[in-house]
Design a protein around this ligand. Structure first.
Ligand code: PTJ
Length: 257
């Protein structure tokens, strides 16, 4: 059952996102744990103000440049990402010439196939990780260790969203550059990633498409300069500072009411 949300509802956008996840859940490719994960994300989204903040935009620029410079970039897709931004994932893959791979924490063959179908219905020509997840990420014991030898296994840059800390750390140990989209600036993934975009996937992925489309006509040296000047620890610190500042302003407003 899809609930009709009136456009006039003050939380229209947020409720629409929830409905997409519920739809994915009813169709059998979003796990119940994905709904819980989303609730956690919503809480952080409140704290940052439900918009792409400046440090996230800096991370998006660094991520776009890194993806464009990569030899084997891969976008890793799970249930929540497939429900929320399937079309943008396909667009991003085309703009930066990346492969798309389904990789699940709660892996079942049925979910993998359904997610691949969602991506294909949004224009993906090839989806890895379906019949070819035959390689293994070392020292990782979750189902996320199973990867494609033509995808994540050989990738130099992997874009992940709503990821678990263990795999991010394992991918880093393999020498890969990990770009993470995660609304929690203090999650293990956020802290372990090479580039952390603290933003909602529904805003971050379309922005990545936009920025990468503009950047791709720029010379290699220009992109390298963006990557060289990027400091991920500083970016995360700026996000935390933004949250502190916002909470201070909100507490003053509440007192004045
Ligand atoms: O589809 P599967 O089987 O691979 O499972 C996917 C989930 C999301 C269930 C799995 O990866 C999981 O349990 O994730 P975690 O460990 O709960 O981490 C999710 C992280 O993503 C948390 O830090 C959330 O704050 C963050 N998050 C939630 N919703 C969003 C988000 N970040 C960006 N955009 C969101 N919409």
């Amino acid at each position: 059952m899809r609930v009709e949300i009136p456009r006039s509802h003050p939380r229209y956008e947020s409720l629409l996102i929830r409905e997409k996840l519920v739809e994915g859940f009813n169709e059998g490719y979003v796990v119940p744990q994905g709904l819980i994960a989303h609730g956690r994300g919503e809480c952080f989204d409140y704290l940052i103000g439900e918009k792409t903040i400046e440090p996230a935009f800096k991370a998006i620029q660094a991520a776009a440049a890194t993806l464009l410079l990569a030899k084997h970039p891969v976008i890793s897709v799970n249930g929540n990402v497939a429900a929320l931004v399937p079309g943008d994932v396909v667009r991003l893959a085309k703009v930066v010439n990346a492969k798309i791979e389904v990789n699940l924490f709660y892996r079942t063959e049925e979910r993998i196939r359904k997610i691949a179908d969602v991506l294909r219905s949004h224009g993906a020509d090839e989806v890895l990780g379906v019949d070819d997840a035959t390689a293994t990420i070392p020292e990782l014991f979750s189902e996320r260790r199973r990867v494609s030898p033509r995808g994540i296994y050989i990738a130099d840059v992997v874009l992940v969203a709503l990821e678990d800390g263990d795999r991010t750390e394992a991918l880093r140990r393999m020498g890969k550059t990990v770009i993470a989209i995660d609304l929690n600036p203090l999650s293990r993934t956020s802290l372990a990633a090479s580039i952390t975009i603290v933003d909602n996937v529904v805003r971050a992925v379309p922005k990545l498409v936009e920025v990468a489309s503009t950047m791709r006509s720029q010379p290699k040296e220009f992109l390298e300069e963006i990557v060289r000047n990027y400091d991920n620890s500083k970016t995360i610190a700026e996000v935390l500072e933004h949250i502190c500042q916002r909470l201070r302003e909100l507490s003053e407003k509440v007192i004045k009411r």
